[in-house]
Design a binder for this molecule. Structure first.
Ligand code: FES
Length: 224
């Protein structure tokens, strides 16, 4: 295990790089513009809508190269620097093309203490790429990320801004990778948090349903 927290994210995008999205495609449809206007109307200032707008752009283009960030800024009428700052702060916004599956391994403090960095190193070795890189077949992008708010089941990771996978082990990662290589999201069989606490003799309240699995749904799909 590494002794200190190590940032594993990719470098900031080169703002003077050649555009990756053809100019003819670099536009929002009328429907998307309407959606962006709706986001804008929900906040006192246009800056407030920048996260939703970037998310919409990422779902449309797949990632956020500088020209897409500028498109978002122009559509909202906010400074490019503001949109760039938000897009580059969050690892959930992809600044480069990513693989079919993005494996965000938490290497922040709780997860690191429980082996998060070891899990990331295991993935690097297994997939033959470094954190921040994508496998040659375009299947997997891996990166180390900051706390994802599930410290109680560390070490953990998130898959493509969607499901959380808890209590990682090398064996569990191996199974997940093999399942994903078949092209489908695996069934996540992580031990649930309530079961964890039961096993540990915890005192979780009993007037709520015990779930079979514990997943965080893709945020972009449930906020509207
Ligand atoms: S430190 Fe990993 S989820 Fe919080």
């Amino acid at each position: 295990m590494a002794s200190l927290h190590e940032p594993e994210v990719a470098a900031l995008p080169d703002r003077s790089a050649e555009p990756q999205i053809p100019a003819a495609q670099l536009t929002f449809s009328d429907e998307e513009k309407k959606q962006l206007a709706t986001y804008r109307s929900r906040y006192p200032t246009a800056e407030g809508a920048v996260m939703r707008a970037l998310w919409l752009a990422q779902e449309k283009f797949g990632f956020l190269p500088p020209e897409v960030i500028r498109l978002v800024a122009d559509e909202l009428g906010i400074p490019y620097a503001t949109a760039y700052g938000v897009a580059t702060f969050y690892t959930q916004y992809y600044k480069a093309k990513v693989g079919k599956f993005v494996l965000d391994v938490c290497t922040c403090f709780s997860c690191q203490l429980c082996g998060g960095v070891d899990m990331l190193r295991h993935l690097e070795k297994k997939l033959g790429v470094k954190a921040g890189e994508t496998t040659h077949d375009g299947m997997f992008t891996i990166q180390g990320v900051e706390c994802l708010g599930a410290c109680g089941s560390a070490p953990m990771m998130q898959v493509t801004n969607g499901p959380y996978v808890h209590n990682l082990t090398e064996e569990k990662l191996d199974q997940l990778i093999e399942a994903m290589k078949q092209g489908a999201m695996p069934g996540f069989t992580s031990v649930t948090l309530p079961q964890d606490e039961d096993d540990l003799g915890g005192n979780r309240r009993t007037d709520v349903n015990v779930t079979e699995t514990y997943q965080t749904p893709p945020v972009a799909k449930v906020i509207d």
